[in-house]
Design a binder for this molecule. Structure first.
Ligand code: ADP
Ligand code: MG
Length: 266
C-alpha cells in the first residue's frame, strides 16, 4: 500500500457558537448544555473531558445531526448537521457491532448501506482490514475478538465510508490500560495520516492530554465550557513520558477538581 492509497478528502471544519440544548422528557425540561462555543479547523483532533451528565454526549449527538437544536449554532463545513450527512461518523463506547455478523460483514456494512458497487466494497474492505491490522480476523464473529480488536473493527467500519469527521464517545473506556494506550496511538496515527477531523469524548485525563491538540473541559449541569487547553505536542510518540505531559495532566486535574468543588459532579 502506498501513502496515496490512504489519502481521503480533507477533514471537516466544525463551528459551535453559543449552543444550548434542552431535552423534553415526561418529567419536564432537562437543560443539557448551555452557551457552548468552540471551533475546530479541518484535520484537527480535539478531546472533551468533563463530569458525567455535563452534556458531552449531547454535543456529539447534535454534531451527528441526531438531535435538533434551536438555540445557537453548530456547523460542519459551514452547514447545519444533518442526520444523513455521510461523511460524519459516530463511534460509541459499546462499538455498535452486530454480533451475528462476521468481522468482514460488519466492516462492509456502512458501504452496503450506502450502496457502493460490490467491486469497490471488496477492494476498500480488504484495504481497511489490512490498515487496521485485523485482516486475519475477517471470518470471525465479534465475540471471538478482544476488546481492542472489536474497537478496531468499529473504526474500520467507520473509516471504510471515508468520513471527514469522526465523533467518538468514550470509545476506549472499556479497554484495559495497555490496549487503551495502543488504541490511542493507533487513532492518532490514522487521524494524522488521513487528515481527519476528530472529536473524542473521554473521562480519562491522560487520554484527553495525549490525544487532544486542544482539550475542552466541560463543567456543570447544564454543561458549559470551563476552559480550553492548547496542547501542540499531542500525539507525539514520547509525549507521555514528558514533563510537559505531566504538567498538563496536573492542570487538567485541577480544572476537573474545580468542577468537584463547585459541587457539580453528578
Ligand atoms: P454526559 O455525556 O456528559 O454524561 P449527557 O449528554 O448524556 O451527559 O447528558 C446531559 C444531561 O442531559 C443529563 O442531565 C442527562 O440526564 C440529560 N439527558 C440525556 N439524554 C436525555 C434524554 N434522552 N432525555 C432527557 N434527558 C436526557
Ligand atoms: Mg456521555
Amino acid at each position: 500500500m502506498t501513502e496515496q492509497d490512504h489519502c481521503v478528502s480533507e477533514g471537516a471544519s466544525v463551528t459551535v457558537r453559543d449552543l444550548s440544548f434542552s431535552y423534553k422528557s415526561a418529567e419536564g425540561r432537562v437543560d443539557a448544555i448551555q452557551g457552548i462555543t468552540f471551533s475546530i479547523e479541518k484535520g484537527d483532533i480535539y478531546t472533551i473531558i468533563g463530569p458525567s451528565a455535563s452534556g458531552k454526549s449531547t454535543l456529539l449527538y447534535i454534531l451527528a445531526g441526531l438531535l435538533p437544536f434551536a438555540s445557537g449554532e453548530a456547523l460542519i463545513n459551514g452547514e447545519k448537521p444533518q442526520p444523513g450527512r455521510r461523511a460524519t461518523s459516530l463511534i460509541l463506547q459499546n462499538y455498535g457491532l452486530l454480533p451475528w455478523k462476521t468481522v468482514w460483514q460488519n466492516v462492509v456494512l456502512g458501504m452496503e448501506i450506502r450502496r457502493l458497487p460490490s467491486s469497490e466494497i471488496h477492494a476498500r474492505g480488504e484495504k481497511i482490514l489490512l490498515e487496521m491490522g485485523i485482516a486475519g480476523t475477517a471470518k470471525r464473529y465479534p465475540a471471538e475478538l478482544s476488546g481492542g480488536q472489536q474497537q478496531r473493527v468499529a473504526i474500520a467500519r467507520s473509516l471504510a465510508t471515508e468520513p471527514d469527521l469522526l465523533l467518538m464517545d468514550e470509545p476506549f473506556s472499556s479497554l484495559d490500560a495497555y490496549s487503551r494506550e495502543s488504541m490511542q496511538e493507533f487513532l492518532q496515527e490514522i487521524q494524522s495520516r488521513r487528515g481527519l477531523t476528530v472529536i473524542l469524548v473521554t473521562h480519562g485525563i491522560e487520554e484527553a492530554a495525549f490525544l487532544g491538540r486542544k482539550i475542552i473541559v466541560f463543567a456543570g449541569h447544564p454543561g458549559f465550557v470551563r476552559r480550553i487547553f492548547d496542547n501542540p505536542p499531542a500525539g507525539a510518540p514520547e509525549y507521555r513520558k514528558n514533563d510537559a505531559f505531566f504538567h498538563l495532566c496536573t492542570e487538567l486535574r485541577g480544572a476537573m477538581e474545580l468542577n468537584r468543588e463547585a459541587g457539580k459532579i453528578f
